[in-house]
Design a protein around this ligand. Structure first.
Ligand SMILES: C[S@@+](CC[C@H](N)C(=O)[O-])C[C@H]1O[C@@H](n2cnc3c(N)ncnc32)[C@H](O)[C@@H]1O
Length: 242
């Protein structure tokens, strides 16, 4: 334990090995999914579809990495873009956020564009895997040394794997690639009856396949272990090689 950091890695490892606690957490998580818990929150006025635990983890990563650019696929109401923009403003390095969504609803666009933090944000409409969109994201990243990528759009295996292949080259050593909703693999299919994803076809299976062929990234297990409740188990990927 460091003097200025009360976090105790050994305590986190012990907590992660506590099967009873993990089972309680699993049950709590499952109950929360049934009540659409991730829709309960907002950040500086915009709805964010996240668990607060993952927002804290993202905040820790962003402070550590201090990105020049955060790329996120999946905008929805824009809360996550505003969240990243607020942290980048506080960091004060001039960092920017690029958000991509296949369908930016007009009422969301209006609210995001009139938000005081919009000056840090660029939105691109189109599929995250469309070549023209990828080209625009790479153009935005041209002068950025440190890029953080967050994948939170279509959660099928095929789509996320493609996003991982397309966007992972932007992430360099010590930065992160965060893949949300990997937890779909750990939940019963009844939770996603109206969705094309489910067990065996989701962001976590895409991460596993991606990591088989890519040795530039490793799963930050300490980060997910300390959260206990997270939508991103195996989804916090730290870049370990340029
Ligand atoms: C889970 S929501 C994003 C939530 C947002 N990141 C947040 O934290 O508030 C998923 C979004 O992905 C978008 N989406 C679905 N398929 C997509 C695709 N192929 N490319 C880009 N965005 C897509 C949907 O329109 C939806 O707005």
């Amino acid at each position: 334990m460091q003097k200025n950091d009360p976090k105790d890695s050994q305590a986190i490892t012990r907590m992660a090995a506590d099967k009873e606690l993990r089972e309680h957490a699993r049950q709590l998580f499952l109950g929360s999914v049934r009540h659409r818990y991730s829709y309960n929150f907002s950040w500086l006025g915009r709805p964010i579809i996240q668990y607060p635990q993952d927002m804290i983890a993202a905040q820790e990563v962003i402070w550590r990495v201090k990105p020049d650019l955060i790329v996120e696929t999946g905008i929805a109401h824009g809360g996550s873009l505003i969240f990243y923009a607020s942290l980048l403003q506080l960091i004060g390095k001039g960092g920017r956020v690029v958000g991509v969504d296949v369908d930016i609803r007009e009422h969301n666009r209006v609210e995001i564009e009139k938000h005081p933090l919009f000056k840090h944000i660029t939105m691109i409409q189109g599929s995250a895997i469309a070549p023209a969109v990828v080209e625009q994201v790479y153009a935005a990243a041209k002068n950025a040394d440190v890029v953080l990528v967050v994948l939170d759009s279509n959660h099928t295996h095929e789509h996320v794997l493609k996003e991982l292949e397309l966007y992972s080259p932007l992430v360099k050593r010590d930065s992160y690639l965060i893949v949300y909703d990997t937890v779909v693999e750990d939940l019963p299919d009844e939770c996603f009856q109206d969705r094309p994803w489910g067990k065996g076809n989701n962001p976590k299976t895409a991460v596993w396949e991606f990591l088989k062929k890519n040795d530039r990234f490793e799963i930050d297990t300490e980060l997910e272990n300390k959260l206990l409740l997270t939508v991103a188990p195996d989804g916090y990927l730290r870049c370990i090689k340029d």
